[in-house]
Design a protein around this ligand. Sequence first.
Ligand code: SF4
Length: 332
Amino acid sequence: MTHLLELNSVSKVYHRGLINAKANVALRDISLTLSEDEPTILTVAGESGSGKTTLAMLLLGFITPTTGQIIYRGQNITSLRGKDRLAYRREVQAVFQDPFAVFNPFYTVDHLLSVPIKRFKLAKNKTDARNRMEEALTAVGLRPEDVLGRFPHQLSGGQRQRINVARALLLKPRLLIADEPVSMVDASLRANILETLRNLQRDHGVSIIYITHDLTTAYHIARSIVVLYRGGVMEAGDVDAVIKDPQHPYTKLLVDSIPWPNLNQRWGETPIIARDDSATGSGCPFRSRCPSAMDICATRPPLFQTGEMQAAACYLYDKKPEVVAEKLTQLL
Ligand code: SF4
């Protein structure tokens, strides 16, 4: 199997202060892989402070790992230069939370879409550029005549977010980092945007890393999931298995807190659970909140395989086989 993306034991540590700087581990020892042959949607789920935005910034090359490597199609992204770096910038695109942020209120949609076309020299002439814009807008379910020539304030939040997706799609990406893409969009438009992302994966072969705090949307869109807490992987595997039958006490807490009307409807809102920062050091990051905590939990647990397509970093399962990074790849 060829790998589109490999994260090998990636950690990111920030230091606060100049003298006696305090280390803040934002992401710890993350390993995962996406196949190039089978485009998929992987959800990275977690509360605020879980490290999911740090992961997005690492994947987009905005920051570099403190330790570990991010390998994209066989190349370490921190050593990419020149043409290879430009290709990475083109092939790995992002859609962010705020659909307003990428718009300049003084420019029309045409201008917004023309920027990547010019930057990456995608079109032969103006007609070709226009055709590409129309093609990308149609692919995300918009009628070009409804949005081209318009200013941002003349569009709805849902239209703006879909234009963001179209902008990414213009570059024919292989990987899309979607960081909370529906959290600032009206509930009535969320399903529409999630469906647009699913179409990109299915019809255009784009792999998507969908970053969210909302397990209900994760359940709606993804095939597999990684649950993060305080920078570490708590549970991972097939999204159906993890959400319908969570094994890690933290995932159980997250799932139990969702007012699911009915799992088959796959809809609702995930409430924010109060975060407890009192656990420090090298043990299980969840132990200060965990009803099952034991002495051994003062040592950080590895991932144990709890089901055919599921693994949890918890000593409640220490009789099960440990999951090494290569094996985790198969679960996702
Ligand atoms: Fe709880 Fe220990 Fe499992 Fe952590 S390792 S979730 S503290 S039982």
